[in-house]
Design a binder for this molecule. Sequence first.
Ligand code: HEM
Length: 341
Amino acid sequence: MVTQQFVAAPARAALFLVMTVNEGSEEVVRDVFADLSSITRSVSFRVPGDQLNCVLGLGAGLWDRMFDLPRPRGLHPFVPLDGPRHSAPSTPGDLLLHVRAHHMDVCFELSRQVMDRLRGHAVVVDETHGFKYFDERDLLGFVDGTENPEGDAAPAAVLIADEDPDYAGGSYVIVQKYRHDLEAWGALPVEEQERAIGRSKLEDVEMPDAVKPINSHVHLNTVVDADGVQRQILRDNMPFGELGTAEFGTYFIGYAADPGVIEQMLRNMFLGSPPGNTDRILDFSTAHTGTLFFTPALDFLDDVPGPRAGASADDAPADTAPVAAAPGHSAPSDAKATDLG
Ligand code: HEM
């Protein structure tokens, strides 16, 4: 069983749930935090070797409602971007559940048990079931994840350390649901597609800098600090799709100790670097959601801090209370909002 492990071996299946939490349901959520380890353990024990892993994230608004503690330094609502050609919307989300395993039934079972506890208290604003495609490829046909940090570099990129000691061992995560125009993408010659990504399609080899276009995805996502050191994030993207509706997409999920690194990448992609030089893959991929979460370390969840002064368990509605999205938490028009009541 692994809960809140941000750095893990590649999974074959993942379930992503983004939820809003109803006003007054904060104590129910606090109980779920405290029990997440044991719920995960009981599912995982039945399927040893399936590498079940569950990460829970909290949005800035829910943090303020639940805790009297200062916010983790990087926790704020996702900043929307409006570029010359493409936009990255900011969409609601109080809770993220990122469940990964080798098989979808295992992801589904854990998510179902968690959702049973949240029934009547949360609204699912997006649910995505992702699968690993052949050769670790995305639905654009390219190998996705190659340049993720490995070994000691992975926790260094992902885990909060001395810069925010109260939340050390936690991380930040940004999710975005992208839909691809596969017809338009498929009409490009492979050489053009390779120039959009910055790597070869079949062998997944990075182009030399001299030939890699400056609007390629890889070029715009190579971010270096003032000392010339590359800043890294950990991506765990998953393809998803529906054949009947011809919906094909990539669920982007990126973890970082400093969400500013991911935000810099997003500005490069959507606003352009230099300004106007936007990421070529966005001509074929549209972001439909965007949310930022803090993912606390496991000991924070196991020993979750108490409620805000003045809040009491009596504030929570009964399990049978009618379900309504919290005020100001309307679901994005294209996201599937599921009433759990
Ligand atoms: C690299 C696909 C969105 C950050 C890559 C690669 C592919 C890819 C195929 C090359 C192989 C690899 O190193 O993984 C996609 C798709 C996306 C998407 C299909 C959504 C439509 C994003 C977003 C970010 C991002 C939103 C950041 C905010 C990166 C980074 C690299 C990368 C940091 C590695 C760059 C390097 O050091 O070579 N992506 N990506 N990607 N992507 Fe994405």
